[in-house]
Each structure stands twice: as structure tokens, then as C-alpha cells.
Design a protein around this ligand. Structure first.
Ligand code: ADP
Ligand code: MG
Length: 293
């Protein structure tokens, strides 16, 4: 039989907008020493907008948007949706692309007008060994300082254009971090995004520990390393990329509006996508299990 105290706490949890998938997660939550948040879609709204475009010599802005949108058309990444929307808003006709392939944690590639193109972040540039013209480097530095992500349109081993993408921080994120700090819990951010962007968002929400430019397969490893260091860790995420990290953590917390994969990997699901619920889980766990061994 389920102890009465647990039955009660899951009911209380449900009322607080928490879906408890694994009761052990709720019980473990009172022992958590460190909470690691995914950035995109978890601390931020995940509603990206392209706010600026810069092209290298020999490519028009319209062509850059046309080609980038064609490459991104079949990607579900929030940045891809923003690029495609920009083409629509500007009335740019998007040609069909061939041989589309996603490069998880990096970007996408496809053939447009008979040429192979790639679109992705700084990780992709490194992976492709691509050089960046000076004007795009300056543009990227300015965007990063504003906390905006930059994605590049790459042909062969050269970046031909850069797009600055803004994603607003969730209004509750700062309070969510402050509440955890007040409960004596360390808070970190784990993201595939560029370091400068990650740090700008971290400053905004009050996080001082940042793991940036982490490729998806390394996210779980980062959590495992923290655990090996003797810490009890909760991971909060929303994406497909976050599932292995959610499973690896002592407590996996999935944001409800994210993907089904993440939801299935979580011990606790935040039905309302409010990161403040994380400290409520800890408080609920501490209150419910205080008298148990
Ligand atoms: P996050 O950890 O921020 O949720 P991901 O692990 O999904 O991000 O991706 C890491 C980085 O790879 C992104 O920040 C972006 O720079 C790049 N990226 C991935 N997919 C795409 C895409 N479809 N279009 C452009 N950039 C992408
Ligand atoms: Mg995410």
C-alpha cells in the first residue's frame, strides 16, 4: 500500500500544477543540493524571433533569408521556425530543398539550387571548420552581448551570413532562481548555446554557474559528473535533447509544454511551464517526508 503521506502529497502536487510520474522523484527532491536548468524553452520562452541579419560580400540579404529558410523548413528547432517565419513576413518565396538532414546540437543542412548549405550556431562553424568574415564576427559579438543567439548560413567552409535571434527570458525565471538560492540550493544552467549568450541570460536570471556549448550527448555526462562529485542533482528541461540528462539526474523535472520525450523522461512534470514550481517541489518534498526515514 502507498503510505498515506505520499498519497496526500501527490494530490497537493497536482493542485500546484505538478504531475508526479515517479513518486521517488518527489521523495528525492528534499535532498537536492543543485538544480540544473536547460536554457532554451525552460528559462526562456522559446519563442524566437530573427531581429537582425548581416551578409558577407556577394550575397544579398534576401538571398540569405531565402536560402536559410529553405534549409530550415523541415527542422522543428525554435530557431528554424523563426527563420522560416522571417521569410514569410518579408514575402520572400522559399524554394524547396533536397537532402535535408539535422545535425543535432549543431544545426541543419540541405541542398538548395544545387548547392549544399548548412545553418547552425557556433558549434556548427567549428564542426564545419568554417571561417567567418570579419563583418560577421563583429555582428555576432554585438548580438551575443545583447543575449541574442547567432546562427550562420554556411557554404562549404565559409560563413556567408549571420542571423541574430532573440528569445525572451520567462518572467518567472528570476524569482525561480532566487527561491532556490533562498532554500540553500545551488543553481546552474546547461545549454548547447554559445557561451556569451548563455552568460547574458544567466546574468539576467541570477545564475552564476554556466555550462555552455554542451552538445546534446554531453548533457547527461555533465549531470553524471556532478553526481560523481557527490552532489544530489535535479535537472529541469523541455526538449528532446534533455531526456538523457533528465533520466541521469537524481530528480528529472520536465516542462509540460515541451516535447513528449522530455515529459516521459521526467519524474515530475511542470504542467504550467512555470520554473518557480521547482522550489515548490523541494518545499513540498521537505514538508511531506520530513518525518520519514
Ligand atoms: P539548447 O541547448 O539551447 O536547447 P540545442 O542543443 O537544441 O539547444 O542546439 C544547440 C545549438 O545548435 C543551438 O543553440 C543553435 O545554435 C544550434 N542549432 C541546433 N539546431 C539548429 C537549427 N535547426 N537551426 C539553427 N541552429 C541550430
Ligand atoms: Mg531546450
Amino acid at each position: 500500500a502507498i503510505p498515506l503521506v505520499i498519497a496526500i502529497s501527490t494530490t497537493v502536487a497536482a493542485r500546484a500544477g505538478l504531475l508526479v510520474r515517479d513518486r521517488r522523484g518527489l521523495e528525492e527532491a528534499r535532498r537536492i543540493q543543485e538544480v540544473v536548468f536547460d536554457k532554451t524553452g525552460t528559462l526562456t520562452l522559446g519563442q524566437h524571433r530573427v531581429v537582425a541579419v548581416r551578409v558577407a560580400e556577394g550575397l544579398s540579404e534576401e538571398d540569405a533569408i531565402r536560402i536559410a529558410a529553405a534549409v530550415e523548413r523541415d527542422s522543428e528547432h525554435p530557431i528554424a521556425r523563426a527563420v522560416v517565419r522571417t521569410a514569410e513576413e518579408r514575402g520572400v518565396a522559399v524554394p524547396a530543398a533536397a537532402a535535408f538532414a539535422a545535425i543535432p546540437g549543431h544545426g541543419v543542412r540541405a541542398t538548395v539550387d544545387g548547392h549544399e548549405w548548412q545553418v547552425g550556431g557556433p558549434n556548427l562553424l567549428r564542426r564545419a571548420g568554417a571561417s567567418t568574415p570579419r563583418e560577421l564576427e563583429v555582428f555576432a559579438g554585438e548580438a551575443a552581448a545583447r543575449g541574442q543567439a547567432v546562427v550562420y548560413l554556411v557554404q562549404g567552409r565559409e560563413a556567408r551570413a549571420a542571423l541574430a535571434v532573440a528569445d525572451a527570458v520567462r518572467p518567472e525565471a528570476r524569482a525561480a532562481v532566487a527561491d532556490l538560492h533562498a532554500a540553500g540550493i545551488r543553481v546552474a544552467m546547461l545549454t548547447g548555446d554559445a557561451r556569451a549568450v548563455a552568460e547574458a541570460v544567466a546574468r539576467d536570471v541570477g545564475i552564476d554557474r554556466v555550462y555552455a556549448e554542451v552538445v546534446p550527448e554531453k548533457k547527461a555526462e555533465t549531470i553524471a559528473a556532478l553526481k560523481r562529485g557527490g552532489r544530489r542533482v535535479a535537472m529541469v528541461g523541455d526538449g528532446v535533447n534533455d531526456a538523457p540528462a533528465l533520466v541521469t539526474a537524481d530528480v528529472g523535472i520536465a516542462m509540460g509544454a515541451g516535447t513528449d520525450v522530455a515529459v516521459e523522461a521526467g519524474d515530475v512534470v511542470l504542467v504550467r511551464s512555470d520554473p518557480r514550481a521547482v522550489s515548490r517541489i523541494v518545499a513540498l518534498s521537505r514538508a511531506s517526508y520530513r518525518k520519514m526515514v
